[in-house]
Design a binder for this molecule. Sequence first.
Ligand code: DGL
Length: 282
Amino acid sequence: MSQENFKEALKQKDLPIGVFDSGVGGLTVVREIMRQIPKERIIYFGDTARVPYGGKSKEIVTRYSEQIVRFLESQQVKAIVVACNTASAYALEKIEKKSKIPVIGVVKPGAKTAAEVTVNGKIGVIATEGTIRSEIYKRYIEELKTEAEVIGKACPLFVPLVEEGLLEDPVTDEIAQRYLSVLIDSGIDTLILGCTHYPLIRRTVGRVMGEQVRLVNPAYETALELKNLLQEKELLQDEKPMLGTNQYQFFVSDGADKFRYFANTIFKYGVLAVKQINIEEY
Ligand code: DGL
């Protein structure tokens, strides 16, 4: 490798990873990326002005996602993580085709884990209406395990409950019991938390489903896949960011203060600044 190329490769490694979601849910994926590849810089965008995506059409979610990708690319990211199941289900293929940098979603990694860990082959998926309607989990799981039975259940009220911070609350318990009873009756042994907001109410879901059901949080596998991908493309950062570098940056389309407050309940380190941008400009 020439000295010029070597310098260029170092510069590429230095660039941040772009992560986005419709709101705060993608922070569960960021948390996992921070754990598994702590030297990386991250730029996060939460589309808090237009959340929820779950009940919106494929066309709208794709348009929103493409705008966000343009914003992240303008920040010179080296890879993009679509930390939203609904956007992964509807827009990932299109984004992948257009993008010059590596892009990964959260659905494939979650489907892979569930197909691996199920014993009786009965897998439940809880997600937004859009993700369930797309049947994307079912498709990926059946590709890996043809005999698997996949039972999907849309849980649209979970997202506003999480966004309102009602993570441990009798209201959330009550709603969870209503949504999940059909899955308990179906005898699944594995349940995919197919919306990035849901790991935040994992305890409630686990309590209602019972110990015999294994919960799969796709965030873990997504971060692992991201690490492998960066390694393969020689983009994995092996040095800590320079002192004074803003390692993690957060952008939203509305409600920066509310987002910051929420982010600080998720991360151990303090999120000090959240910037609001006009995403419609991208
Ligand atoms: N967190 C998103 C997902 O993983 C969706 C929440 C929403 O905007 O409806 O699907």
